[in-house]
Write a new protein. Structure first.
Lengths: 52, 733
């Protein structure tokens, strides 16, 4: 059962990365227009860069 | 739950009306500031697809001065970054050309970002709770599947390490509102919720320290998670509704042109005093009550009185704040400004109607009222009972907490928000904005519908009736003269003639005679278009304007008010659902009767004053009817506030929109019938959800009372009921 000593911290760490990612998306306002984002993927207009 | 999280505005429309009117001037300054920054917001009720988005964005970016445009489909609006010179009216016209209806939103979006911050805050807590729930659940599964002694203790300790900070952070919204409820000596849904979360966490910590078998960390965290999910849905629905409904740009004029010592100066309305002279330009709305001292014109009083016909104004005529000057410039001597003006008196009427209105208790509140004391009583009984039977305090506390956790209103907390989110999402896609969370429930109870006429069933724009009766040459001449005026009848006439593909003839010396009509010279003759008495024509019974070609008798062009699209469908649909449809208008009997007959409405009343409308609604309420009021004008505002539930179109006056529970974003009235139908289904779903969560409790509570509940059983009951309830709500979509 010694393996638990590694596995539990690892799983918690991976989870925390996910949580940090969620915070990042939240702070960058990625949940403001879920309907629009779902539709925008169908648009044939695209650009190489995000707007300056 | 709802009582605590409701941010005042929807609970009492009247409270919102008065301040809304008060800080008009302030708001105008904000608007001006935001306008200077070049940020414009437009509501786009009809946008619905990827093509709409790219068409709108491309179309707007092509407008000179526009730097960027981005559509938000969820909120159905577009944000435009533009140079200071670009104004909303110009963009609305561009969008109309592309086939999209648009309304200006108040760009002082401070309130919207505020609400948005709250939403992000909830979402962050939800994320933390979700993360903790997954990890604690994993550890708990190991314990449930037979981890013993030290391993179990270790897992419990790790769970505690994750769960306790999570509960402390993510549970704050519940703790705060529970505290507020207790301070107000009420027992809302948040009190049992907070108690269950805190007791579950506390007891588990104690058991962990003691090396006990059962810890409820997973329950504490998943409770927080599910309830936060419900709370977030609730917030989202309300935030979407609030942003658009509140920010539709105000129609009232925030500023006035004051004349003093021959000097003209623009001043905020608040600075107007009785006796001041103000200039009212054609097309402008009167900022205060006054008497005409100079000039002749016509006034559109429809928003205040519901009259569809413009009335004549000459020196001595009384003008009320909110009326629109149509043709010539007027000078008014202010007789009442600010609080004393007709506009404010109307707002007072709303306050009276509102205070007379019974406060509606939402289904969720009613459920909480039975539920909260029941839960506390049940755990107390479990605690005392087991203490008496076994004499073991720890066992008794354990069982009492298990009862509290199992009965905890996870499903109940989701039952209403999940359904309301699904239903209002569907209605929003149809162009209906639910402003108040309980509006759907109230709409479901409605058995009578009262419509206003001008501006509600009709668009408030006239439509020529008898163009076919006139020779082409007369039409071309009439159109040429009509172009010289911004009077609604003239504009409609010019537009409809142009729509027939006829080009106006060239008329020289075109001149508007304010209050009477337009005159000019054509082929050496004096030609005129205007009022009957001016042309010495015999007046028709219907709304009409007259053309004098300089030869023969004047010809009459008759008009009717254009029906709002979907009006017929809405009336028919509501009648088919067994609701009594009424038409109450301030307009003349002839016009109202014609409209009632056209739509098949048997019950109608004409010439109703604002107070009459409100009184009639109170009368109907006293007869036991639940009335839906649909109206748009200031004259409807009191009635809107007095009604059981109320709807106003987006084009309605600010005060009317604030007083109503539901706003129609599009021009189309047809979704109204569907909304009534959908609301009934939504309420059925809410009740089903209550039944589902009650059924789970019926099974789980006896088990918990017998002391047989394990953390596993609690987790199963909680998750299963929450998911069932959410899925049931989704059937509405």
């Amino acid at each position: 059962m010694d393996v638990l000593a590694y596995l539990i911290p690892i799983s918690l760490f991976l989870g925390a990365i996910g949580l940090a990612g969620f915070f990042w998306t939240l702070r960058h306002r990625q949940y403001e227009d879920p309907d629009g984002d779902a539709q925008r993927i169908l648009s044939d207009e695209w650009d190489e860069h995000p707007k300056p | 739950m709802p009582g605590v999280s409701t941010p005042g505005f929807s609970a009492c429309p009247a409270c919102a009306v008065a301040p809304a009117a008060e800080d008009l001037a302030q708001r105008a300054e904000q608007t001006a500031a935001a306008g200077a920054a070049g940020r414009l917001m437009l509501s786009l009720p009809t946008a619905h697809c990827a093509t709409c988005m790219s068409t709108v964005e491309r179309g707007l970016r092509a407008v000179p001065g526009v730097r960027d445009a981005r559509v938000n489909l969820t909120l159905k609006r577009v944000a435009v970054e533009a140079a200071p010179g670009v104004d909303a009216a110009q963009l609305i016209e561009v969008l109309a050309g592309l086939g999209y209806e648009a309304h200006e939103l108040d760009p002082g979006v401070l309130s919207a970002t505020e609400a948005d911050r709250q939403g992000r805050d909830l979402l962050m807590r939800l994320g933390v709770a979700g993360f903790a729930m997954m990890n604690v659940m994993l550890l708990s599964v190991a314990v449930w599947s037979g981890a013993e002694a030290e391993t179990r203790d270790l897992f419990h300790w790790i769970s505690a390490l994750i769960a306790l900070p999570t509960v402390a952070f993510a549970g704050q919204p519940f703790f705060r509102s529970a505290l507020a409820a207790l301070k107000a000596r009420r027992l809302g849904m948040d009190v049992p919720i907070s108690l269950a979360i805190l007791l579950a966490a506390g007891l588990s910590l104690f058991e962990t320290i003691e090396g006990g078998r059962h810890a409820y960390f997973d329950a504490a965290v998943s409770l927080t998670f599910f309830l936060l999910a419900g709370r977030y849905l609730d917030h989202r629905t309300r935030a979407v509704a609030r942003s658009a409904a509140q920010e539709l740009a105000a129609l009232e004029v925030p500023r006035a042109l004051r004349l003093r010592d021959g000097q003209e100066a623009e001043v905020p309305i608040a600075e107007l005093r009785v006796g001041d002279l103000i200039r009212l330009r054609p097309g402008g709305r009167a900022p205060a009550d006054g008497v005409v001292t100079e000039g002749a014109s016509e006034l559109d009083r429809s928003l205040l009185t519901g009259e569809s016909l413009p009335s004549q104004a000459a020196p001595g005529t009384h003008v009320s704040a909110g009326e629109v000057n149509l043709t010539g410039p007027l000078i008014l001597r202010v007789t009442a400004a600010g609080r004393d003006s007709a506009l404010y008196r109307m707002a007072d009427l709303v306050a009276v109607a509102e205070s007379a209105k019974n406060k509606y208790t939402s289904l969720a509140d009613r459920a909480a009222r039975i539920y909260a004391p029941g839960v506390h009583l049940l755990s107390l009984v479990a605690f005392l009972g087991w203490l008496w039977i076994s004499g073991d305090l720890r066992l008794a506390v354990n069982i009492a907490v298990a009862v509290l956790i199992i009965t905890c209103p996870c499903a109940l907390g989701l039952a209403v928000p999940a359904v309301v989110t699904a239903a209002s999402g569907r209605l929003f896609r149809k162009g209906l904005l639910i402003k108040d969370g309980t509006a759907l429930e109230r709409l479901a109870e409605v058995d009578a519908v009262v419509f206003d006429k001008t501006g509600t069933l009709t668009l408030g724009t006239p439509e020529p009736m008898n163009l076919g009766d006139h020779p082409t040459a007369d039409l071309q001449l009439a159109a040429a003269l009509a172009q010289g005026s911004s009077h609604p009848l003239a504009r409609a006439l010019a537009q409809r003639v142009a729509a027939r593909g006829l080009t106006p003839v060239a008329v020289t010396d075109l001149r508007e005679v304010p209050g009477y009509g337009v005159e000019g010279r054509w082929q050496g003759r004096r030609v005129r278009l205007g009022r009957a008495e001016w042309l010495q024509a015999s007046p028709e019974a219907a709304t009409a304007t007259y053309l004098d070609t300089g030869a023969g008798t004047p010809r009459a062009f008759t008009f009717t008010d254009r029906l709002r699209p979907g009006a017929e469908a809405a009336v028919r649909g509501l009648a088919a659902q067994g609701k009594a449809v009424h038409l109450i208008s301030g307009d003349s009997p002839a016009a109202v009767r014609a409209m009632a007959e056209r739509l098949g409405i048997a019950r109608w009343q004409a010439g109703a004053l604002p107070a009459d409308k409100a009184a009639r609604l109170a009368e109907m309420a006293a007869e036991g009817h639940k009335v839906l009021m649909v109206g748009d004008g200031l004259n409807d505002t009191a009635a809107l506030a007095a009604a059981h539930v109320s709807v106003s179109p987006a084009s309605a006056l600010d005060a009317a929109r604030v007083a109503s529970d539901i706003v129609l974003l599009g021009t189309d009235l047809a979704p109204l019938a569907e909304a009534a139908h959908l609301s009934r289904r939504a309420v059925r779903r809410i009740k089903e959800n209550f039944a589902i969560s009650a059924a789970y409790n019926l099974i789980a509570v006896p088990i918990a009372l017998m002391g047989l509940a394990t953390p596993l059983a609690a987790a199963l009951a909680m998750s299963a009921s929450s998911i069932t309830v959410s899925l049931n709500a989704l059937r509405l979509r």
